[in-house]
Design a protein around this ligand. Structure first.
Ligand SMILES: NC(=O)C1=CN([C@@H]2O[C@H](COP(=O)(O)OP(=O)(O)OC[C@H]3O[C@@H](n4cnc5c(N)ncnc54)[C@H](OP(=O)(O)O)[C@@H]3O)[C@@H](O)[C@H]2O)C=CC1
Ligand SMILES: O=C1O[C@H](COP(=O)(O)O)[C@@H](O)[C@H](O)[C@H]1O
Length: 497
């Protein structure tokens, strides 16, 4: 391990340590960081929840969770080191008096990281409670989970509550897609390769597709999901972050604000969608019963705890446009949904056809160049290029064939384990690097764009279009591209099934 001066020990406090996110993602990620020897030897990890539990019981809980959610058998050596760091306190986060428990477990002279894996509605209570026991100073960092709010106004309220006690430089807003290796690779791909850097605009690119398909349904989270829908759950954050990275201008440096300034400019340039164009540029759907990977699954309205009249969308497709010099006339088609045939996230850049045909019919019948960036799974990059079919012809013409240059990360970097996004983000927050976290103005600008779409959907009062689980969404989503003589990219992962 290389530990430089920025690597300080900290008290890492995990609020909501018994919740779903902590169990499935955060605790296993801390274990992986321990395994990679990336946690400072003096760092402590303190779980906070409202149930009475001894430290020993907490440690046993954490162990069984890591065993359940890690991909490999527990490494005893790693576990022994991790469990030495663990402690637990019982706090009712809404009760200011219960924060006294912190006095016994945190050291005021060390950096404290407060990870709020709780409902956002209690972020304000937690900040007030920490302030009440006098442990907030400029060295304390607070990590906020998404979604921050339900719309622009409620997100401002939450951000204001947190900002009463923390400066923006202390606030780390998580969008876990920013911790995915392949999402980060968008920056490397664009700005470390002149073949892409110089061709990345309306002169060369016809359109862009961003698809984030999930095969899972709502995973027992009806209460949360029905209030949110796919628009708030996925588009407001993950898809708009991917879009910003694909479309942003080159940042001056890789420091946090250089990148965030450029992403913000993209979000500000998104053409508003409202009642005047909602039906032309958006499609929303809701899954009905069907089969995913051969297994029968219920429809959204038949999920546990469902309100059978819900109009919440589980699928969204949008034709987005960015009104700036670089992207004039280049549509960005976004698509995301639950209960689709397979889990796959891809960005596909469709380049324009060459202006003059030297090659006759074979040129016209082949699609122009395409760059496919596979974000997950089977992470990699694929480029479609034209080649001459080898051989002799009497006419002197050339017959073309498309071929693929396919770089699969698992083959190219076979020695490297691809870390989970949360591992990367937990490490960054311990290092105090904000580059992979979302700034307040980005969150609010994203809400601004999304709110207008949600308002327009409410105004039209039309229900989402049904689509059968295990399909690619409502038929209208095909129409969104077909009427412009385009079609959704068919992932090679779908073809493999
Ligand atoms: N789960 C996921 O996959 C994802 C979650 N998120 C976000 O992460 C956050 C946590 O989500 P998730 O883990 O699913 O939620 P859960 O409801 O599973 O967990 C929340 C935790 O907070 C605790 N809590 C709530 N109120 C209090 C209180 N007053 N005092 C003490 N503890 C309290 C709960 O304790 P108790 O068990 O006692 O109720 C629970 O352990 C949310 O902001 C969510 O939007 C973001 C992306 C994905
Ligand atoms: O934030 C969320 O993301 C997951 C999808 O994340 P992934 O890393 O598995 O692609 C989504 O299922 C969940 O509903 C949402 O809250």
């Amino acid at each position: 391990m290389v530990m430089d001066n920025s690597f300080e020990p900290c008290d890492f406090v995990l609020f909501g340590t018994m919740g779903d996110l902590s169990r499935r993602k955060l605790l296993p990620s801390l274990y992986q960081l321990e395994k990679a020897e990336l946690i400072h030897p003096d760092t402590t990890i303190i779980g906070v929840a409202r149930q009475e539990m001894s430290k020993e019981d907490y440690i046993a809980e954490v162990k069984s969770n890591i065993e359940k959610f890690s991909d490999k058998a527990l490494c005893e050596d790693t576990w022994n080191r991790l469990c030495e760091r663990l402690d637990y306190i019982c706090v009712d986060m809404k009760d200011i008096n219960s924060y006294k428990a912190f006095d016994d477990v945190v050291d005021p002279n060390r950096v404290m990281v407060c990870y709020l894996a709780t409902p956002p509605a209690i972020y304000g209570d937690i900040c007030r409670g920490l302030h009440g026991c006098d442990i907030i100073d400029s060295s304390v960092r607070v990590v906020l989970e998404k979604p921050i709010g339900h719309d622009l106004d409620s997100s401002k309220v939450i951000n204001d509550q947190v900002s009463e006690y923390f400066n923006e430089s202390q606030i780390y807003r998580i969008d876990h897609y920013l911790g995915k290796e392949t999402v980060l690779n968008l920056i490397a791909l664009r700005f470390a390769n002149s073949i892409f850097a110089t061709n990345w605009d309306h002169n060369c690119i016809d359109h862009v597709q961003i698809s984030v398909a999930e095969s899972v349904g709502i995973e027992g989270r009806w209460g949360y999901f029905d209030d949110a829908g796919q628009m708030r759950d996925m588009v407001q954050n993950h898809l708009l972050q991917i879009l910003s990275l694909v479309a942003m201008e080159p940042p001056a440096t890789l420091d946090a604000d250089s990148i965030r300034d450029e992403k913000l400019k993209v979000l500000k340039a998104l053409r508003p969608i409202d009642v005047s164009n909602i039906n032309d540029v958006t499609v929303r759907g809701q899954y009905t019963a069907g089969f995913v990977k051969g297994e029968e699954v219920p429809g959204y309205l038949e999920e546990d705890d469902a309100n059978t009249r819900s109009k919440t969308e589980t699928f969204v497709a949008i034709k987005a446009e960015i009104d700036n010099w670089r992207w004039a006339g280049v549509p960005f088609y976004l698509r995301t949904g639950k209960r689709m045939p397979t889990k796959v996230s891809e960005v596909v850049i469709y380049f324009k056809r060459q202006p003059h045909n030297l090659f006759g019919d074979s040129f016209n019948s082949l699609p122009p160049n395409k760059l496919v960036i596979r974000l997950q799974p089977d992470e990699g990059v694929e480029i479609t290029v034209m080649n001459k079919i080898p051989g002799l012809t009497s006419s002197g013409s050339m017959d073309l064939q498309k071929s693929k240059l396919d770089l699969s990360f698992s083959e190219a970097f076979s020695e490297e384990r691809i870390p989970d996004a949360y591992e990367k983000l937990l490490l960054e927050v311990m290092l105090g690097n904000q580059a992979l976290f979302v700034r307040r103005d980005e969150v609010e600008q994203a809400w601004n764009w999304v709110d207008s779409i949600l308002d327009a959907w409410n105004h039209t009062a039309e229900p989402p279009e049904p689509y059968q689980a295990g399909t690619w969404g409502p038929v209208a989503s095909i129409g969104l591209l077909a009427r412009e003589n385009r079609s959704w990219y068919e992932s090679k992962l779908t073809k493999k099934r």
